[in-house]
Design a protein around this ligand. Sequence first.
Ligand code: SF4
Length: 345
Amino acid sequence: MLTILAAMSTDTLTLPVLDDAAIADAGFVQLPVDPTLDMFAEIERLKKEKNAVLLAHYYQEADIQDVADYVGDSLGLSREAAKTEADIIVFAGVHFMAETAKILNPSKKVILPDLNAGCSLADSCPPDEFAAFRAEYPDHIVISYINCSAAIKAQTDIICTSSNAKHLVEQIPDDQPIIFAPDKNLGRWLIKETGRDMVLWDGSCIVHEIFSEQKLVRLKTRHPNAPVLAHPECEEPVLRLADHIGSTSSIRRFATENPATEFIVATEAGILHQMQKDNPGKTFIPAPPDNGCACNDCPHMKLNTLEKLYLCLEYEKPTIEMEESLRLRALKPIERMLEMSEGVK
Ligand code: SF4
């Protein structure tokens, strides 16, 4: 019965009342979906009916990217979230990204297909431990990568993304000491790029740390004309082998603008979908991780599925909620980022 209810238009049927405690427990709406349903058409219909905007990160599965209104990296997604006039923001990404959208849009309903979609990097920076760490450096300002919880953003002076981090650090006066959190690999790369000596929090992303230097060297030998494109969350030995280091947006742009016909890509494999769409005649080879797989998927990002997305839109659950005083403290460093990174692509 629930299958039929879930499959039919809200014009013709009243939806079943869902148990919020069960959704909170599972992290998503647990209803069967009619396998014959045209999921793409249904999601489009629901977006229109509810004046909802679907924002998707590059690391989402290809089907979700194809049905999204906007696909981008964290900076682009924050900008879209800040300017949207939709009533509902459906965030196809991980929890901290949906949280950021809520921080920017307190009066809008922000929904995430699966609340379990976390982030190993955000988890590597517990708020209490970070507060104690900050207290050791009272004269430092804090720049935090957007991949952190609202509780860390609330302890931060300026948020950054991988697109604008260098640009933001370069705007800080030379005599102002800086703590950079939570990603130590991005922090090390920034120290190298800017010459600034920052204190780093010891956090990292499981997806970007697992690339195998040895396998990458072998892959380069087999594809000597393929530039290596790497995300700065990768470890130093992998970054040393890269021809271009940058955010997912900059990796995507580089692949389109560079005349090479094949590229090795060291970041989460979801980005390959847009790169292939932009450049149908070029070949994109995912850099191999050190775990026996051929490419590298983020297990958190991939918790979102088309079915969960459909159910989330239909029932407008699960929602992102936040205490107002926390939201206001987390908002300030995001607004500073948006002001300081005008013009950054
Ligand atoms: S790829 Fe890494 S940083 Fe990005 S969401 Fe997954 S675990 Fe977090």
